[in-house]
Design a protein around this ligand. Structure first.
Ligand SMILES: *[C@@H]1O[C@H](CO)[C@@H](O)[C@H](O)[C@H]1NC(C)=O
Ligand SMILES: *[C@@H]1O[C@H](CO)[C@@H](O)[C@H](O)[C@H]1NC(C)=O
Ligand SMILES: *[C@@H]1O[C@H](CO)[C@@H](O)[C@H](O)[C@H]1NC(C)=O
Length: 408
């Protein structure tokens, strides 16, 4: 239905003067023209958003902007191996020393008749090589990748289980008959952003932390936006995702993921309180047990009555009507324009965690057998007309990023 991809908010960037010697190479060895003389940009190789050099200025120990494999590749020099130590990507390790390289624990140890740094072989959430491949262009994507410090050092399976968190939609949901709104398709603009139509009423990015709660977070956010939009700002509220996470536990798996239809059913039958009343505490993966009995109201929940301007005192929890499915791209657009953001589920692979900007479109880099479902909120759409052919995208918000997702 929707192919969505992501735009992360800037969280981390490589600091200047960084020493890249522990980056897995090869660098100079990837240059098509080999090594070169004279410091010109063509002598360089990208390293996570910056460049390292493979030129004769590197033939001195002071250069800090040289590729880690300059000495070995360009000059053919093997670094002197000290007896009983390991050499790996420009660094020495003592015999018996352990070191964590990205998400893998490594140890300098005896391997056969030599001493070697042996590492665990986990797939990591951030693989520098994939960042380089995505950013080096030459393929049909126009998005940029980078190293997010929150993801660095984590395994791919941790990212899939704890940074996404939507269970695969069941057949009954996939077979739900879409509603078909009636409208004039010519009224649908080429681009739209709910934040411009309803300033101040659309939620920003919420961080789910290391808890697979996108099912609860995206549902709470879409519901919050719709309360604000439907009430024309009179009931601008941030609904509690924690309430869903802790209390909507039938058939749901909390920080291990949940079903969207069950979340919406819970919102319809029981309702939830607002964020200040039941704040999100699952950021580190710790799950609080449900502390609100079903069918409580805001008074029995001992919440401060929300201070909505010019409204009657609300004592009921916030309920939503039933969820429905939309069948076509234009129907989704019309829905967002008329009623506010919608929820979508996307299948996520490793490269999504590297998204920094542009229109995300899944690459085939990284393991294709490892994926998870992620629920996001679509708040608008647009077209990138800077390319030869305009690229249509959805403007979406997920756990920790706002992103532009390629729309098929
Ligand atoms: C590198 O520097 C050394 C000492 O300055 C010099 O002898 C050598 O020829 C240089 N090598 C290259 C390839 O420029
Ligand atoms: C790079 O970092 C390593 C370890 O931190 C250090 O031993 C080495 O001297 C540094 N190299 C440069 C060129 O700064
Ligand atoms: C990625 O970011 C982390 C944290 O900022 C840093 O420690 C790590 O060295 C970076 N990795 C690469 C390959 O730049």
């Amino acid at each position: 239905m929707i192919a969505v991809a992501a735009v992360l908010l800037p969280l981390a960037s490589v600091s200047e003067g960084d020493n890249y010697s522990d980056l897995p190479g090869p660098y100079c060895a990837t240059r098509r023209g080999g090594c070169c003389y004279g410091r010109v940009d063509e002598c360089s190789v990208p390293v996570l958003g910056t460049l390292c050099y493979c030129d004769d200025f590197c033939n001195e120990t002071r250069s800090i902007d040289c590729c880690p494999d300059f000495m070995s590749f360009c000059l053919g020099l093997q670094p002197p191996l000290e007896i009983g130590s390991c050499y790996h990507n420009g660094l020495y390790y003592q015999f018996g020393e352990t070191v964590k390289i990205n998400c893998n624990l490594c140890k300098c140890q005896q391997a056969g008749n030599k001493v070697e740094l042996l590492c665990e072989q986990n797939e990591c959430l951030v693989e520098p090589e994939i960042i380089l491949r995505i950013n080096s262009g030459g393929h049909h994507f126009n998005w940029r990748a980078s190293n997010y410090s929150i993801f660095w050092g984590r395994r791919l399976d941790e990212g899939i289980s704890l940074r996404l968190g939507t269970l695969q939609p069941q057949k009954v949901v996939m077979r739900m008959r879409p509603v078909t709104p009636v409208y004039d398709p010519w009224r649908i603009p080429r681009s739209f952003d709910a934040r411009n139509k309803w300033p101040g009423l659309i939620e920003g990015v919420r961080d789910q932390g290391w808890c697979g709660s996108s099912w609860a977070l995206s549902t709470a956010s879409v519901a919050s936006d719709r309360f604000a939009v439907m009430s024309r700002g009179l009931e601008k509220v941030q609904l509690s995702a924690q309430h869903l996470l802790s209390c909507n536990n039938r058939g749901q798996r909390a920080c291990q993921g949940g079903h969207l239809d069950r979340a919406w059913l819970f919102l319809r039958k029981f309702g939830v309180v607002d964020e200040p009343c039941y704040p999100y505490t699952a950021t580190s993966g710790f799950l609080e047990r449900c502390r609100l009995p079903k069918r409580s109201n805001l008074l029995t929940a001992r919440c401060k009555p929300p201070a909505h301007p010019q409204t009657v005192l609300r004592t009921e929890l916030y309920h939503m009507g039933p969820a429905y499915r939309l069948g076509s791209e234009q129907d989704i657009m019309y829905e967002i324009m008329e009623s506010g953001p919608v929820q979508a589920t996307m299948k996520v692979y490793q490269d999504f965690f590297l998204y920094r900007g542009g229109v995300y479109h899944r690459s085939d880099y990284g393991p294709q057998s490892v994926s998870g479902y992620h629920s996001v909120r679509i708040i608008g759409w647009g077209e990138d007309v800077t390319q030869r052919e305009p690229i249509k995208y959805w403007v979406s918000v997920s756990c920790c990023y706002e992103f532009l997702a390629w729309s098929a």
